[in-house]
Design a protein. Structure first.
Length: 341
């Protein structure tokens, strides 16, 4: 069986990128580490693949991936970022470099500024969690004309020239949440509020669309009295939910369709109301709320895979000119309750 760089890396206690640089005498590796790696490779009988080495020397070392996520203040993205880093680590073996930038909220002007910064840093492609505005769609088209391909993850942007999307079927995820709301209602008339992030987040917009359409079709006894934006911000969510509960004494439940759930739950506790809560994603706050019974169920979308596959798709394109088989790459949905964690 052929000895791989991965095996050498595991035995050496370093990354595959470090092994590659050491075996090919590239800079960036301490002399003692390089000697240890070469000794382990020799003991294992490692033989480099000349074709792969030539490809790496001529193509891989010049490639650079940019990553831009509107993840600040949103704990959901912790697992997305883990997936991003895991995929980038695998690409290090081929000399892939990366630049990661983050932002908070849904300021399209700021996202455009950060995309321009990545372009100025000579990235060959960008993995992006986009804000859904015409300005962002236009910017993605501009980047494509500069030979900078974009893969969107977690959410998408309408009418853009991005190469691929990785994320769940958001309208379907809304239908799943609506189904949960219907099943726990016992066919009794109930009033719900839906707390979402922003109309600039296509994922949440489609998710809410799925909730409303499914309730109307299959659970007509449930009324959505309010749809409130919280910008995925716990402070905004806290203030909005507190005002909601003061205004809607008849409210039976809340569906949190995005982030900001920790602030919303705090407002509910302070008001002393007993509500049926359905959420999305399994952040630490949601996990605790499931265990103590505050949240009945949450709909999950495999955030790690979103981050990993977004990088993997773009990396394969940049390294091997391998375009994705599908434009839309959907992650699986799952339902989590206190009894499954």
């Amino acid at each position: 069986m052929r000895v791989t760089i991965k095996q050498i890396a595991e035995l050496s206690g370093v990354s595959r990128g470090t092994v590659d640089r050491a075996l090919n005498n590239r800079p960036g590796v301490k002399l003692e580490v390089q000697e240890r790696i070469k000794k382990i490779a020799e003991e294992l009988g490692y033989k480099p693949n000349p074709a792969a080495k030539a490809l790496a020397d001529n193509r891989y070392n010049t490639k650079r991936i940019g990553v831009l996520l509107n993840s600040e203040g949103n704990p959901f993205f912790q697992d997305v970022i883990r997936g991003v880093h895991a995929a980038l680590l695998e690409l290090e073996e081929f000399g892939m470099q990366s630049i990661i930038k983050t932002m908070k909220g849904y300021d399209a002007g700021l996202q455009i500024k950060l995309l321009d910064e990545l372009a100025e840093e000579n990235v060959n492609g960008i993995v992006l969690s986009p804000i859904n505005t015409p300005e962002i769609a236009k910017k993605i088209s501009e980047l494509k004309r500069k030979n900078i391909e974009v893969v969107t993850i977690n959410s998408d942007v309408l009418d853009s020239e991005r190469m691929a999307y990785v994320g769940c079927r958001y309208k379907k995820s809304g239908s799943v949440a609506a189904g949960l709301m219907g099943m726990i209602s016992n066919r009794e008339k109930e009033a719900y509020a839906v707390i979402g992030s922003s109309v600039k987040n296509l994922a949440v917009e489609r998710r809410i669309q799925g909730i409303l359409e499914t309730l109307k079709k299959d659970f007509s006894w449930i009324e959505v009295t309010d749809i409130i934006e919280n910008e995925d911000n716990d402070e905004i969510s806290y203030t909005a939910v507190k005002a909601l509960l003061e205004r809607r004494k008849e409210l039976d439940g809340i569906c949190f369709a995005g982030a900001g759930i920790e602030g919303g739950l705090l407002a509910i506790r302070e008001c002393g109301r007993s509500l049926k809560i359905v959420a999305f994603d399994l952040t630490e706050s949601v996990r605790k709320a499931l265990k103590n019974g505050e949240v009945i169920a949450t709909v999950c979308q495999d955030p790690f895979k979103q981050g990993f596959d977004g990088i993997d798709i773009l990396g394969k394109y940049l390294l091997w000119n391998q375009k994705p088989e599908k434009e839309l790459n959907h992650t699986e949905l799952s339902i989590v309750t206190k009894y499954s964690i």
